[in-house]
Design a protein around this ligand. Sequence first.
Ligand code: ZN
Length: 158
Amino acid sequence: MIRVGIGYDSHRFVEGRPLGLGGVRIPHSRGLAGHSDADAVAHALTDAILGAAAAGDIGQLFPDSDPRWKDADSMQLLHSAHDLVRGRGYAFAQADLTIITEQPRLGPHLGSMATTLTERLGARPGSVNLKAKTNEGMGFIGRGEGIAVIAVATLEVR
Ligand SMILES: [Zn+2]
């Protein structure tokens, strides 16, 4: 039996923070604002995995009102969420993500993000796919104010 979950996340670009997506540091003039390290790729994938297990969402597990999660390593949060769903009898099967931003160009970094996420989940090579696109200049993404990520993940019942 297969279960499917969806995740969405967005963060605002700010000066003075590094840009980390999918556990990979990406050279850029701005990073993302957030209570944690604001890794929107890790957050969207975490929500997709939790959603597939009907286990709530990242905000319930790691509330931003809790000082424990200030500047938290989002790849660690992903790992913890994956542990939680495994404990409920699910195994991660695969995920597909789309990152939407005008800048920076993420194409050269998608492979290392996929490898990092796959390894962090202990999943088979090729089980995480990432795509990047712009928003054709429209809206908050088009104005370069922020980034958005959509993720779909499937879990197998063990
Ligand atoms: Zn987030």
